[in-house]
Design a protein around this ligand. Structure first.
Ligand SMILES: [Zn+2]
Length: 178
């Protein structure tokens, strides 16, 4: 059983969740991806396309949309290599990841006109990582007034755009990133 954090913690940093019901939004994508093995490695192997939710990938790092976003535009930055421990990343991987976090923040600011952005890494299941074996930094756009969203479960919140729309908004920026 995953250990659940206190509600206080949920209020300032979103937890990954086990079960989400939003079939009208995810059916298309769920059908397209096989879920044997690591979902992030699957996204990597399926390449940059909306079906994999992978919006950008290079040799060391990649950007994948969160299938169960806490807020519009929620993406994750992950090492291209399957690795679950920050201390086991090579220097070039770590640098590439930090660079990609910064690039993603620039894209979000340009595309979404946000009031703030959460950037964070949950290491280990007890810390809230839903997929602890493959590191992923959450990058979550924030707007004034959205704070009451986070304690809620997804089915009570209707996000203003679909994953496909979010993907298109990111893709047009990341197409230009080497
Ligand atoms: Zn993996």
């Amino acid at each position: 059983m995953p250990v659940k954090p206190s509600q206080d913690w949920l209020d300032f940093w979103p937890q990954e969740r086990d079960v989400i019901y939003r079939p009208e939004r995810i059916r298309y994508i769920r059908k397209s991806i096989k879920f044997d093995g690591c979902v992030f490695c699957n996204a990597r192997d399926n390449g940059v396309q909306v079906e994999s939710l992978c919006v950008y990938k290079n040799e060391l790092a990649m950007v994948v949309l969160n299938k169960f976003p806490y807020n519009t535009g929620h993406v994750m930055i992950l090492p291209t290599r399957h690795c679950g421990d920050l201390t086991e990343l090579r220097d070039d991987e770590y640098s590439a990841l930090q660079e990609l976090v910064r690039t993603t923040v620039k894209v979000i600011k340009a595309e979404y006109g946000v009031d703030g952005i959460n950037v964070g890494l949950n290491m280990g299941r007890v810390a809230g990582a839903g997929i602890p074996d493959h590191l992923h930094w959450h990058v979550v756009p924030r707007w004034v007034g959205d704070t009451n969203f986070f304690p809620l479960v997804a089915e009570t919140k209707v996000l203003p755009e679909t994953l496909e729309q979010t993907y298109a908004r990111y893709a047009k920026h990341f197409e230009k990133v080497k």
